[in-house]
Ligand binder design. Structure first.
Ligand SMILES: [Zn+2]
Ligand SMILES: [Zn+2]
Length: 298
């Protein structure tokens, strides 16, 4: 299986257009100085996976999708027809604006096989009606878990009630899901860019994986409060922080999974700076930090 990280930042990316936090300021400096490769810059999170010889499957469609596609030659349209999509399907882990809005950029295609939870389908049909809007441009085919795309089997685990702020209804258990992608050989990876809580069901779900992508949004519970950005704590926003006794790093370091990778990293998270103590603590625990363009062959 091949995995390509199209974007590794949380909503807003790095630098975020209206942000003057240290990471955003440094990321702008890297751009100004034309530093390559960029160490801090991140577009909004999304990955593509494929079994060797098959089409790509897109996991979450960020608003940065056109930029991400234009810089990845491997995602050029395949085949000899004048128009063709590199994707056989799109999978969504929730219906947040930064994970779903990229669907709009796929409207020039013929159809989209869309695999998501009932909650996300409902939110994107009603509160934020991308599906309704897109249906005027192309056919949206609804798929439900478990679902086989080519030789890859997609499964989901409900992670909990955490609706986007725009939702016009009560939260549901399948608002946020983790998605596993399994080859016929049994090799499996898990994509989990939003983690509202760590529980035994998740631990069972990711067991025997070759690789897990985990929510790395915030380092600490009150990261946004410290910068006076928001009153809300990380856990109130549906993200277990990386650091601290009950953080995800402690938990991940105890798991025997060959590759553990943080993704969906917010610009305020100090670990995004490779020279920070936090980045060093992550590396010491055997966990990696995703970057745009990261490639894995599993
Ligand atoms: Zn997000
Ligand atoms: Zn920032």
């Amino acid at each position: 299986m091949e995995v390509l990280v199209l974007g590794s930042g949380a909503g807003g990316g790095i630098p975020q257009w209206n942000c003057l936090c240290p990471n955003c300021v440094r990321a702008r400096l890297e751009i100004k100085e034309k530093k390559e490769p960029f160490s801090l810059r991140r577009t909004q999170s999304s990955i593509a996976v494929r079994a060797v010889g098959e089409k790509w499957v897109l996991l979450n469609a960020s608003i940065d999708l056109p930029t991400q596609l234009s810089r990845e030659p491997e995602l050029a349209p395949p085949g000899i027809e004048i128009r063709s999509s590199p994707f056989s399907a799109v999978v969504l882990t929730d219906a947040q604006i930064d994970h779903a809005s990229g669907l709009l950029s796929l409207r020039e295609g013929k159809d989209i096989e869309l695999l998501c939870s009932e909650s996300s389908w409902d939110l994107l049909s009603n509160s934020y009606p991308l599906i309704r809007i897109l249906s005027s441009y192309l056919e949206i085919k609804k798929a439900t878990f478990p679902f086989k795309i080519g030789s890859l089997l997609f499964n989901a685990l409900n992670l909990g009630r955490s609706v986007p702020p725009y939702a016009q209804r009560e939260p549901r258990p399948d608002d946020v899901i983790a998605v596993s992608i399994e080859e016929e050989s049994g090799k499996k990876i898990v994509y989990c860019p939003a983690l509202p809580e760590i529980n035994p069901q998740l631990e069972e779900f990711i067991q025997e994986s070759e690789c897990v992508f985990i929510d790395g949004t915030f380092w600490s519970e009150n990261e946004l409060c410290l910068w006076n950005i928001k009153e809300k704590k990380a856990s109130q926003m549906g993200h277990v922080p990386v650091g601290g006794e009950n953080g995800s790093l402690n938990w991940l370091s105890s798991l025997k999974i060959p590759r553990k990778i943080y993704i969906h990293i917010n610009n305020t998270n100090p670990m995004i700076d490779p020279d920070s103590a936090q980045a060093k603590a992550v590396a010491l625990s055997g966990v990696e930090i995703a970057y745009d363009g990261m490639k894995l062959l599993l």
